[in-house]
Design a protein. Structure first.
Length: 92
């Protein structure tokens, strides 16, 4: 409901050209666009809310950006490398 309010009443439909979806903790999909697109299609089929978001971005899977963003203090392995890969993916 909040997304509908923002896109339809607060900003208006012109904002949709600037709308992107960021999917976090997604190293698997960051590494493979094919798998990312398959994941998007599965979500569209399974969840009407996700489908609504997909329609807001013009049914364009390339408006979904996948990042792997572990916190620097999380203790997870290879944090700097994973963050660098995410930054690189966002800039290409």
């Amino acid at each position: 409901a909040r997304l509908i309010y923002v896109t339809e009443y607060l900003w208006g439909s012109n904002c949709l050209l600037n709308l992107y979806v960021i999917v976090t903790f997604a190293s698997k999909y960051l590494a493979s666009r094919k798998e990312a697109n398959e994941w998007i299609e599965r979500q569209v089929e399974l969840n009407w809310r996700f489908k609504h978001i997909y329609e807001l971005v013009g049914r364009n899977p390339y408006r979904f950006l996948f990042v792997d963003n572990p916190s620097t203090d999380s203790g997870e392995p290879n944090i700097e490398e994973r963050q660098a890969t995410s930054r690189k993916a966002l800039m290409t």
